[in-house]
Write a protein that binds this ligand. Sequence first.
Ligand code: NAD
Length: 261
Amino acid sequence: MYADLREKVAVVTGGSKGLGSAIAIRFGCEGMSIVVNYHTDEGGAQNAVRAIRDAGGRACAVQADIGSEDGVRRLRDAAASEYGRLDVWVNNAGMENRSPTDKLALEDWNQVINTNLTGVFLGSKCALEHFVENDKPGCIINMSSVHEKIPWPTFAHYAASKGGVELFTKTIALEYADRGIRANCIGPGAINTPINKEKFADPEQYDTTVSMIPMGRIGEPEDVASAAAWLASEEARYVTGITLFVDGGMALYPSFQYGNG
Ligand code: NAD
């Protein structure tokens, strides 16, 4: 538990399931007030809201496409109207789809870039405007991936979006450091969420993925939520511009694990 989080207000994008839901619920357990964003799955968002209220936090579910400026403004307005302040903004919403790059449709490229990278820009801009206008410190957490640094064949648009998120985040961290605004990424490895449902349902693909993780297990959403709570808290007050990998060592060139090479 982080005592300073108790009074704070957060926006979490893509909060209806997976990592966003786990982060929102963890924030709720810290006593925070949370705007839980959803795109289409209102039921999922309401489940998160209920879990947060049960844990002692306050929460509301707000529909918005985070790839649009109107959408992210709606989230900021909800934080102001419902809870009267904004302290933490988590740009978590994201998507992926597989295609060999020579067959990758421009439409699919644009959709992934718009959600994963433009959405992070729009959400961060919205939060920054609020922090600057109110002359207050703030915290931005952007969901990157181990694929901000590990190339991922047949997911070139996804890897490009996450590489972009990394440098975008470092840049705003530097740009706003002197105002007390911190911006960091979380870089998950392979985590047990709906995005991986089909892959992990196939025992062969599941085992292959586990074999790429030095700690020998798939991550749980709560592993990532713990990192988000720490980054949001005062315990991380001197931390800005990093990617905190939460990946069981996946980004550490696992093929070298036992002295190979
Ligand atoms: P998920 O598919 O379970 O959840 C993604 C969420 O994003 C959903 O709630 C979805 O509705 C929302 N979303 C998508 N497009 C949206 C839009 N335009 N507007 C608003 N919401 C939108 O996936 P997840 O595993 O929870 O992934 C969350 C984030 O973590 C993503 O950015 C993903 O790239 C990243 N990530 C996940 C893993 C993993 O192994 N699960 C690994 C690395 C990075």
